[in-house]
Design a binder for this molecule. Structure first.
Ligand SMILES: Nc1nc2c(ncn2[C@@H]2O[C@H](COP(=O)(O)OP(=O)(O)OP(=O)(O)O)[C@@H](O)[C@H]2O)c(=O)[nH]1
Ligand SMILES: [Mg+2]
Length: 308
């Protein structure tokens, strides 16, 4: 995975930088043109708060910057970079597919519209490009269109899809997929799930049931519970992520829709609060618009310099 990130990563993060900063950084643009003073700190605080960074991370970052008050713009940028690295390095933990777990089971969860199915398509493509065999499980049986959407991704990526009729028991679909994968010697199963509102108790119960059925098949599975978080949903995304994590024990995050209007601030909030590895970031709907999260490059994109 590291190799393919190196291959695709630079172009991807250049694109991310362009999206996050447009012409200049929302975070630091025109701010550090002079020595760090009270006015700079205030403006910095305001920018963070309006970018979904949240109160906690904002005050932490402002305090870090206050320590270099009176210092140069470069000192400010460096203090900011250091603080952001402290926050994001620990969550830069790539997804490793353990080949001794066969099939390696990835359960993808998240609120509807956050990008589960799209991320599954892209991730399947990435894993296949690394030489692994992949099978998709159409565990979102809530809507007929959901199965069709996954099947379309299956066609685009030449990955098989195990599905049943709409309305079928999602846990049964996932179980079928695991059995098929085992029989065929498939390396990785990626299971799609429904994503109606996180406030619906029914959804969490259903996801827990899928989790139990997977664990009955293989006690070490699921090996990854990947939560998709839509960066454009701001602090609401943080609330969703927290609830999914509490109920399901999320082991990795894919932050989607970092293109569009999102400034990426919620990534900082989530890193601070959940401390769950950020596996991937996405900036579009295309098959290659998914990159392994790289803290330094992400920070470069935020600050608007040193990005590839
Ligand atoms: N711009 C942009 N659009 C994205 C990204 N990821 C997903 N989308 C789009 O967001 C919409 C929802 O994505 P889905 O993958 O269907 O989301 P989902 O979580 O499976 O949604 P449900 O099946 O309804 O629960 C689709 O139109 C995707 O093409 C991204 O990184 N950037
Ligand atoms: Mg879906």
């Amino acid at each position: 995975m590291a190799d393919s990130n190196a291959r695709k990563g630079n172009g991807f993060f250049a694109k991310l930088k362009e999206r996050l900063t447009k012409s200049r950084s929302w975070l630091t643009g025109s701010l550090f043109g002079r020595a760090i003073d009270d006015e700079t700190l205030e403006e910095f605080e305001e920018r963070l708060l309006t970018a979904d960074v949240g109160v906690e991370v904002t005050s932490w970052l402002v305090e870090r910057l206050r320590k270099v008050k009176g210092g140069s713009a470069e000192a400010g940028t460096e203090a900011l970079r250091t603080a952001l690295l402290e926050l994001l390095r620990p969550v830069q933990v790539p997804l490793e597919i353990d080949p001794s777990r066969k099939p390696f089971v990835i359960l993808v969860v998240g609120v509807n519209g956050t990008g589960k199915t799209t991320t599954i398509g892209k991730l399947g493509h990435r894993l296949r490009a690394e030489g692994r065999s992949v099978l998709f499980a159409a565990g979102d049986t809530f809507r007929a269109a959901a199965v069709e959407q996954l099947q379309e991704w299956g066609r685009r990526t030449s990955i098989g899809v195990v599905s049943q009729a709409p309305g079928a028991d999602p846990a049964a679909v996932v179980h079928d997929a695991l059995a098929a994968a085992k029989a065929r010697g498939i390396d990785v199963v990626i299971a799609d799930t429904a994503g109606r509102l996180h406030t619906s108790k029914g959804l969490m119960d259903e996801l827990e049931k899928i989790r139990r059925v997977v664990a009955r098949f293989d006690p070490s599975a699921p090996h990854e519970v990947l939560l998709t978080v839509d960066a454009s949903q701001g602090q609401n995304a943080l609330a969703q992520a927290t609830e999914f994590h509490e109920r399901l024990g999320v082991t990795g995050l894919a932050i989607t829709k970092l293109d569009g209007t999102a400034k990426g601030g919620v990534v900082l909030a989530i890193a601070k609060k959940l401390r769950v590895p950020i596996r991937f970031v996405a900036v579009g709907e295309g098959v290659d618009d998914l990159a392994v999260f790289d803290a330094e490059q992400f920070i470069g994109a935020l600050i608007g310099e040193r990005a590839a």
